[in-house]
Design a protein around this ligand. Structure first.
Ligand code: NAP
Length: 483
């Protein structure tokens, strides 16, 4: 089987913040892989734009170095020159007037035009306005914006209003890179492309659903930013809620941008407010050889959470009585992102002496080893009679699909190709983002009003003990995070 790569239309992609960390680590190495795959049509160009005083040659060298450092196994010296030739640079200050006419001269009228705002959100307004006043963007141009999309409902609304001044919603691509992950898209293929799952996808058959995004790293160099954000804003409001929506949504009539996003929005609107005792906040503690969260963020009195676990209920017919348990944290025992759909027990076992609780579990792994497994109950092999054991039917994509699994394909490159194709299905719509903040805001405001102190947890653990209790109280338990 050979993977089919369909070239996208010829484009000019301008990356504001083209010298920044995201551009060098993710966007440009990703575009290079798409170039190597043959997806970038001849003539397509990428323009880096930032304040740094560089010319084309200087920028090309910067990106050569970035690809050497972050490009991974896909580095292909023969292809690299061809890709580097596609790069241009314009020195521009988002808030000033210099450089804009040079950009205007460079960007062509007759190709797909996309403008990636890989800069601080405070610059979005200035960029949007100048793109408009200098006549660089037109009604078909696409604008790509990054998280964080606001830090509460009011700021998200303000950002939406700023962008809406010059661009229509169908031009705006709000990136949540979790939606670009292969497994997340596969979740929809599995759910809606098979007769097997959809009849069981409801509270009659599903006991509960767990969504875990565990990281082993701490705040790294993002301490100052992270301390003003925390796990709830940085992970739950966007990534975990997007995953929850895709699991919980009703089948859209077609796999189209508005159809899918309408269904996701209905899920967010059906989320019940979370009760205080259904949330656990945590902060990682110091060990003998590793600093605490507070030391990492250089804020000895920080009350910001580096971990959160919560029980969420959805008020609709499909999910009444099926809780969703979400957890995410830093410095945990393993790096694992997983959605587990835990089906109900059989009401009765016909096998004598079989008292174990056998459960079918569909586990969708986002990382590591992207894939799915379905836990099923079978007879233990051998002559010992009808003893039952639970085994996973494993479908690791790299094994099942071999070379076609494209393991190195990153979420960013898929999403950027969708921008060029004009497909918004995997991007968040403005009303979705606002609805997500409207649900998250009261939780965060409650913590702030109470000066809520997060529970300390050991680095390398599964989070605070109270997070275990959240499940135990319901006679359930978290799935193990593999170290
Ligand atoms: P960064 O490393 O600080 O880069 C910021 C970029 O913006 C640089 O290229 C900088 O270049 C440019 N810039 C700053 N002020 C400017 C101005 N007035 N006019 C024009 N360009 C200006 O930030 P980053 O990590 O790449 O993040 C970019 C955006 O992506 C942020 O909104 C961030 O929250 C988001 N994001 C980043 C990551 C990540 O992994 N890095 C992940 C998710 C989301 P000059 O200094 O040369 O102007």
């Amino acid at each position: 089987m050979v993977s089919r790569v369909i070239p996208v239309d010829e484009f000019d992609l301008v990356i504001f913040g083209g010298t920044g960390d995201l551009a060098r680590r993710k966007i440009l190495p990703g575009l290079f892989r798409r170039f190597l795959a043959g997806q970038m049509t001849e003539g397509s160009r990428i323009v880096g734009a930032a304040r740094s005083d560089l010319d084309n040659a200087g920028y090309r060298q910067m990106i050569r170095d970035a690809i050497a450092e972050f490009g991974g196994a896909e580095k292909d010296d023969a292809g690299l020159d061809g890709f580097i030739d596609r790069l241009h640079y314009v020195a521009i200050d988002a808030t000033g007037e210099g450089g804009w006419s040079a950009l205007s001269d460079l960007v062509r009228k007759d190709v797909v035009k996309a403008f990636y705002f890989s800069v601080a959100p405070s610059l979005f307004g200035a960029l949007a306005e100048r793109l408009h006043t200098h006549g660089i963007a037109d009604a078909d141009s696409r604008i790509v914006v990054e998280k964080p999309f606001g830090r509460d409902l009011a700021s998200a609304k303000a950002l939406n209003d700023t962008l809406a001044t010059h661009f229509s919603e169908r031009q705006i691509y709000r990136i949540d890179h979790y939606l670009g992950k292969e497994t997340v898209q596969n979740l929809m293929a599995v759910r809606f492309g098979n007769v097997l799952f959809e009849p069981l996808w409801n509270s009659h058959y599903v006991d509960h659903i767990q969504i875990t995004v565990a990281e082993t790293v701490g705040v790294g160099g993002r301490g100052t930013y992270y301390d003003t954000s925390g796990a709830m804003r940085d992970m739950v409001q966007n990534h975990l809620m997007q995953l929850l929506c895709l699991i919980a949504m009703e089948p859209p009539s077609v796999f189209g941008a508005d159809e899918v996003r309408d269904e996701k929005l209905k899920v967010i609107r059906a989320l019940q407010p979370v009760e205080t005792h259904h949330i656990v906040r945590g902060q990682y503690d110091a060990t003998d050889d590793a600093a605490s969260y507070r030391t990492d963020v250089e804020n000895p009195r920080s009350f910001t959470e580096s971990f959160v676990a919560m029980k969420v209920n959805i008020s609709n017919w499909r999910w009444a009585d099926t809780p969703f348990y979400l957890r995410t944290g830093k410095k945990m025992k393993g790096r694992a992102s997983e959605i587990a759909v835990v089906f109900k027990d059989l009401g009765h076992s016909i096998f004598e002496g079989d008292t174990a609780r056998h459960r079918n579990i569909l586990a969708i792994r986002l990382q590591p080893n992207e894939g799915m497994d379905l836990q099923v109950t079978i007879k233990e092999p051998g002559p010992g009679g009808m003893r039952l054991i639970d085994v996973p039917l494993d479908m690791t994509f790299a094994d099942a699909l071999g070379e076609d699994s494209e393991p190195a394909t990153d979420a960013y490159e898929r999403l950027i190709m969708d921008v060029i194709r004009g497909n918004q299905t995997l991007f968040m719509r403005g009303d979705e983002v606002e609805a997500a903040w409207a649900w998250t805001d009261p939780i965060i405001q409650g913590w702030e009003a109470r000066n809520d102190v997060p529970k300390l947890y050991d680095q390398g653990s599964a989070g605070p003990e109270d997070a275990m209790m959240l499940m135990h109280r319901d006679s359930r338990r978290w799935r193990d995070i593999k170290s």
